[in-house]
Ligand binder design. Sequence first.
Ligand SMILES: *Cc1c(COP(=O)(O)O)cnc(C)c1O
Length: 819
Amino acid sequence: MIENSYPIEHIAELLNVEFFELKYETLINTLLIDSRSVRRPDTSLFFALSADRDGHEFIGDAYASGIRSFVISNPAYANTFPDANFLLVPDVLEALQQLAIDRRSHFDYDVLAITGSNGKTIVKEWLYQLLASDYNIVRSPKSFNSQIGVPLSVWQINNEHTLGIFEAGISKNGEMGRLAEIIQPTIGILTNIGEAHAEGFSSAKEKLAEKLKLFNDVNLFIYSPDYTGSLADKKLPGRKKFSWSTRTKADLEILFVEPIKGRSYLRAVYKKEEIECLIPFSDRASVENGIICWATLLALGYTPQEADLRLEKLTAVNMRLELKNGINQCSVIDDSYSADISSLAIALDFLRLQNQHLNKTLILSDIYETGKTDQDLYTEIAALLKQKQVNRLVGVGPHIKAFAQLFPVESLFFESTQDFVNNFPAIHFANETILVKGARRFEFERISKLLTQKVHDTVMEIDLSALAGNLKFYKSKLKPGVKVMAMVKAFSYGSGSFEIANLLQYHKVDFLAVAYADEGIALRKAGITLPIMIMSPEPYAFEAILKYKLEPELYNLDILKAFIEFLPDSQYYYPVHLKLDTGMHRLGFEEPDLTSLLPILVATDKIKIVSAFSHFVASEDPQHDEFTKYQIQRYLDMSIELRAELGYDFIRHISNTSGITRHPEAQLDMVRIGIGLYGFDGGLKGNQGLQTVAILKTTITQIKTVGPLETVGYGRRGILPEGGTIATVKIGYADGYRRSFGNGVGKMLVAGKPVPTVGSIAMDMCMLDITGLDVKTGDEVVVFNDQLTIADLAEQIDTIPYEILTNISQRVKRVYFYE
Ligand SMILES: *Cc1c(COP(=O)(O)O)cnc(C)c1O
């Protein structure tokens, strides 16, 4: 029997650490790659991986949060703390993988591995739903399927489990061999082979061959010849094989798929007989994932009747956390679809990064199928809540209720969701952040509905993970040590206030910048502690600037003198930023102004120049590269002069988003990232490498048929020459959908198809030509997303993405997602 924890000395041995000195005796239970997501610090082992930033830089933070064991590759960090263990290895990632390989080798129950271009996570989660009544399953948390995610997933394997289900994803040739070594699957599932990630491979054939390496040693291989087509049968892996197909002969040969009321009825031939099943979904991807699960159940020996019974009960997999406005000024994090310990820990991390309220409440249901006793399970959860600083628990379910004494005194318990709902009016929720997390069968969506404000039919969805991904993208382009100022002016380019700032603070940007003091004040009131630069500090706001510790940008002598004068004598060295004009001719000191500026700066002991910066006028445009170079040179000249007179260093910065990749020599000490965070970069062809952050959706309010002689909307400007069908949708120019989109200029996606506007855009609505489309009232309409992009919209009305984004009015509710 293998223990769930390893003595640190044993780990040092496994990793062949040459000179290991035991400084802190501990049994390692948890592997960590992010110092912020620590659960049990003293039994955690921190891996200083190098991703967008060198993990060694976070050793101090990790130590501060109680971690005492580190795997490092840079000897300079060895023994940074005398009472901590340092395991020096040649390659930190390899060490992490090595531990997982060792762990896996001690267990001999079946391990199922899933790879493919799409559907891995859904298939994994569905197989978990389908098999959980027969096995105690360990599976990848969320979509942990990378070179880092797989070892972390596999490390969770222990004696209590009876089946493992892991997903593996690769982005380039040569990566799969290592994942196969770590997972050592006995059963393999190939979902499909699509176009995704094709860049890392020279051909589709190479991609297939690489993916199949995962299954070299499996006993059973489940696949579709529709995707492996080009490969001869005997080249496929697996001692036994099970195939499914919608096109050719296969072990499970799908005859037809018939959609009925949001579900799909499937018939197939299996062992020469016709069999059937019902999948409670109708979209193509879900049906295919459902078929893969069907094939898997049959391949594992379940009868067609049993498989049908189970598949019918599949439920949607929602891997996203939603952050919404709640009743009584609450923020609500909705994760009402699942509950298990690892996803609870992830959701609690997201709860903890919210600073807008001091009080944090968790509403949690009983958790099932953990393989732990209730006593162990709820003791662990209680410790987790304490560590993540949750003030109050609302427990729902008989099991959690039985352990009420483990939790904070203010906690409340209910026998069932219905019991909670009945008592809801008497429970006090106000000015707090509430995480709603429940096992599927508790139907916690009923609870989140009670807690959240009604969201209107027009909503802008903001994908916080995509925003974090974009930040990571730019950080990876920065030279070592370059700082980041994130531009969150104008409500973060329309995307949100503290919701965005919390995330940026969590991901350790160095500064935030806004246009006006009141934007900065709002962030402070929401608990943001990062330095915040105010770009237009009006004199009437000086008092508030001081009170809220905001840092003004001083751009001419008047404002500079006024600010110095305003500062009380006792106030030494107030941090300020200097704006230099190198060609924009908007705000800022020009070179000749330095003559009068410098003596004032030298004479005063009231302010300190934290940074001096300038702003590019056209960093995205190759046509103006000469001018950009000229701006850089002027900036450097001016900052040298400034430095010489001031006698101290300041942070030098000039680059905005497009400058980062197009003019890396101008990264200097810091860059200011704006539009790139939100998914656009005029300097990157097709925004390559960036993810879509904002999606704007609305709904159809009414559908009408119009004849050829009729007109649509104000001024009789809308005409369908041959008549047709129009849909009225709930978005107008007051929402930021500009009038210039009217009369066919703008398009929206209805049932996935682009359709033009008809007639003028009104204040709160507009009309679309949906002739020939099969849609109904209440259906969703996409104004922009990753297919019909903000850049497309900008082109339609001859403007830039910045304007489209910032125009979306505050009336349009924002909903935040975190994967
Ligand atoms: C808005 C702004 C930026 C950010 O520009 P992007 O092109 O959005 O990256 C940088 N610096 C200043 C001074 C700004 O006003």
